[in-house]
Write a new protein. Structure first.
Length: 128
């Protein structure tokens, strides 16, 4: 979310990165706030130790694995594609999807693992 700062604040605290990069990061984070889109990205992201880093899945398989209708899954895939996070290729009537940037996929996977650990520790600290 963008905020408007006074000229005094803006001069005291310059942006850490160019505005266009901040916008890209914000779009990524907004898109990934949806659980289904996170699940899709996780399905397509391969673990670092795999010899072949490219995993392709058919759109119908993705829908089945995350438990959504084909139409809903298609919309999520469209949003991920519009950000450039995934690519598609068509073979006849079948569309295959894969991650377009392995570095982003690995970083996202690492980020989720860190959050899993963090949330687990919070849950453990809040136990009676």
């Amino acid at each position: 979310m963008a905020t408007t700062d006074s000229p005094e604040t803006a001069s005291k605290y310059p942006p850490r990165r160019p505005h266009e990069i901040d916008q890209c990061v914000d779009r990524f984070l907004t898109t990934m706030c949806d659980t289904s889109r996170r699940y899709i990205l996780e399905l397509l992201a391969s673990p670092q130790e795999e010899p072949d880093p490219v995993i392709e899945r058919r759109s119908g398989d993705i829908a089945r694995l995350i438990g959504l209708s084909a139409a809903t899954t298609s919309e999520h895939l469209r949003q991920l594609s519009s950000l450039g996070l995934i690519r598609s290729r068509r073979e006849g009537n079948v569309v295959y999807y894969r991650i377009s940037n392995q570095l982003v996929a690995r970083s996202f996977h690492d980020f989720l693992m860190a959050l899993d650990s963090y949330c687990t520790s919070l849950r453990g600290n809040n136990s009676p």
